[in-house]
Design a protein around this ligand. Structure first.
Ligand code: FAD
Ligand code: NA
Length: 387
């Protein structure tokens, strides 16, 4: 495509949603530039050739949404299974059902509680600190759920996630720590939930499967930027600091090292996700991917399973940026980048990297649909200025 009407940098869910809308609804010629060897951004997955198990290459991705428009839109490209996500957590040789709920409380304290009894117990334990005057994450967490549950289920896990003792972390990293005084242990509470029936990559590929869309892989925008900057509208979903040559300093991210292995057993842990809460276990979670698709049992090689150990740490140069650290310093830099982005002619910044925000998939799709409605469509149909 030599003269696209619009260039999209990045083929994640944000970029693909914008691309699909521009091609399908406005008939524009869309060029998508992607520096990786595949499309789909972090939602990309591959079937492990040996075992047939679908592995999410950038960490486990579970789709859920209460946004009807996003649900309807996603269903144009894929059907979803009825998978309901559950998470279990190991601590000192026991396995508990998460999130914090009545089953966990009963098991942890070694006897049954009615919902009212459990509520009274946790309120009593939480009275050690006042939430409003908590000075760090540890005090805040104890003020919400009490010391025993904090020490078992928050302290070690949080310390590993942040490589920082929770007494050194800001209290506002957590706003709430909900405890369910029921046995309900579904991880999400959205209206819709499921996994794409034939995998993430099939879904993402169908979004781009349009005669007006060209996805150019292994192409870094910065190598070809001069062909497009100022000449054609650009939607940029890469890291905002990188766009401006990190002129205001680098924004900080956490990353996750994903160590994938094939184990010689049909079933390693009996469920998709187990958190490891003990601080002396170096990984935060183990994912066993076959459990996300029990309906595919016959396509999985018996006697083997694919697992991934996750290790969380601060991202360095060259690491995949996964979760914004969002220190006060980061927020100050971000404000400056937002001003620069606002002033950049004919370029819109979007997605999780372009806005330095953790976005679930449904949020990335929703934000992309809004950008299309509020900015791109008025520009292309009414000549509104692009900003
Ligand atoms: P991305 O998917 O990151 O896509 C950005 C793309 O831009 C990338 O492909 C990148 O290679 C490309 N790019 C960047 N710079 C350039 C450049 N200069 N030139 C060309 N291409 C470039 N969401 C859920 O709903 N459920 C989950 O369970 C879930 N789990 C997650 C787990 C992890 C570890 C992470 C990090 C995210 C998870 N998400 C989950 C969020 C989901 O990954 C995001 O919503 C989604 O990635 C957002 O899409 P995006 O298009 O904004 O960004
Ligand atoms: Na309290």
């Amino acid at each position: 495509m030599s003269h696209p009407d619009i260039v999209i940098v990045g083929s994640g869910l944000f970029g693909l949603t914008v691309a699909e809308r521009c091609a399908e609804e406005l008939g524009l010629r869309v060029l998508v530039l992607e520096r990786r060897h595949h499309l789909g951004g972090n939602a990309y997955s591959e079937r492990d050739p040996e075992t047939g198990v679908e592995v999410h290459k950038y960490g486990a991705h579970l789709f859920h949404t209460s946004n009807e428009r996003v649900w309807e839109y996603a269903n144009r490209f894929t059907a979803f299974t009825d998978y309901r996500h559950k998470v279990f957590g190991k601590y000192q040789g026991q396995v508990y059902s998460l999130p914090l709920n009545l089953a966990l409380i009963n098991q942890f304290f070694g006897r049954s509680h009615t919902p009212d009894e459990a509520r009274a117990l946790i309120a009593e334990q939480a009275s050690e600190f006042d939430t409003a005057s908590a000075t760090n994450l540890e005090e805040k967490a104890i003020s919400l759920i009490g010391r025993p549950l904090y020490e078992a289920f928050i302290k070690g896990y949080t310390a590993k996630q942040w490589q920082t003792d929770p007494t050194e972390l800001s209290a506002d990293i957590i706003t709430r720590l909900p405890v369910r005084y029921t046995f309900q242990n579904g991880w999400f509470s959205d209206t819709h939930e499921g996994l794409p029936v034939d995998g993430y990559t099939a879904w993402l590929t169908r979004m781009a499967d349009h005669p007006n869309i060209e996805v150019r892989l292994e192409t870094d925008f910065f190598d070809v930027a001069e062909n497009y900057k100022g000449k054609v509208p650009i939607v940029y979903t890469g890291p905002v600091d990188e766009y401006f040559g990190s002129s205001e300093g680098r924004l900080s991210w956490r990353t996750v090292d994903l160590e994938e292995s094939v184990v010689e057993t049909d079933d390693f842990q009996g469920t998709g996700v187990v958190n490891y809460n003990d601080q002396d276990v170096p990984y935060t979670r183990i994912i066993e991917f076959k459990h996300f698709h029990p309906e595919r049992e016959k396509t999985h090689l018996p006697g083997k399973s694919v697992i991934v150990h996750e290790y969380s740490r601060f991202a360095e140069e060259g690491d995949e940026p996964y979760y914004p650290v969002n220190t006060a310093e980061d927020r100050a830099k971000l404000l400056k980048y937002r001003e620069l982005a606002q002033a950049e002619p004919m370029v819109l910044f979007g997605g999780r990297l372009g806005t330095y925000q953790y976005l679930d998939m449904h949020m990335a799709i929703g934000a992309a649909l809004s950008m299309f409605d509020n900015k791109l469509k008025p520009h292309f149909t009414e000549g509104a200025e692009l900003k």
